[in-house]
Design a protein around this ligand. Structure first.
Ligand code: GRF
Length: 200
């Protein structure tokens, strides 16, 4: 299945997907990487892997809706079956979600519905939880509110700071994302209310 990955940052989740996708048995192939920032490290990783890239920067558009529509058009040009937001730090708007309805996955570094938003690791640490983790979920119109596909727990250690905890979460997160994207690509998914099952 053809997959487009959206990135804003370093792209270690993307790198993990690129390490998996050459194996035909994996079932998912990253055919394009799209970023909101020209300086995203993930773009370099994609180019090195021979994957096509595109940048759709909000500053180049008059308003949010125009940016969102351009993003949707660019992603659509790669003909993806699935879109994976992996460290993409922007909210996808209605035009985008209408076009890729129930085909957009996001990875989040907390156990949703706890600690949504841009600072999931910092917020979990500040709250004082002893267990946090990561979530792969379907994207809906809210911020990190879509139906959960898979989660994995990570323990918070006494001497953790945001960086050390995020690093440990990311190790688990990469493996979870690679697993889920492969399974979704191979088997599809079924949505009943808020409950998601892998398999068509
Ligand atoms: C991940 O933890 C993602 O969930 C969060 O930002 C991080 C992105 O890491 N929103 P990378 O760019 O894939 O290395």
């Amino acid at each position: 299945a053809r997959v487009v990955v959206l990135v804003s940052g370093g792209g270690s989740n993307l790198a993990a997907l690129l390490a998996a996708h050459d194996d035909p048995a994996y079932g998912a192939r990253v055919v394009g990487v799209v970023s909101d920032r020209a300086d995203a490290g993930g773009l370099t990783g994609a180019r090195d892997a021979g994957v096509a890239t595109a940048v759709v920067a909000p500053a180049d558009f008059p308003d949010r809706a125009a940016w969102d529509a351009a993003l949707a058009k660019t992603v659509a040009s790669f003909g993806p079956r699935w879109v994976v937001s992996a460290g993409f730090m922007r909210i996808l708007g209605a035009p985008f979600l209408l076009r890729f309805d129930e085909r957009v996955l996001n990875t989040h570094p907390a156990l949703l519905p706890a600690f949504p938003g841009a600072h999931g690791v910092r917020d979990a640490l500040a709250y004082g939880v002893r267990v946090t983790g990561c979530t792969v979920h379907l994207v809906d119109a809210g911020t990190d509110t879509g139906p959960v596909i898979a989660q994995q727990a990570v323990e918070v250690l006494d001497d953790d700071d945001e960086a050390t905890l995020h690093e440990r979460i990311k190790t688990v997160e990469r493996a979870l994302l690679v697993d889920v994207v492969g399974r979704v690509a191979r088997h599809g998914l079924t949505i009943e209310g808020r409950r998601v099952r892998l398999g068509g």
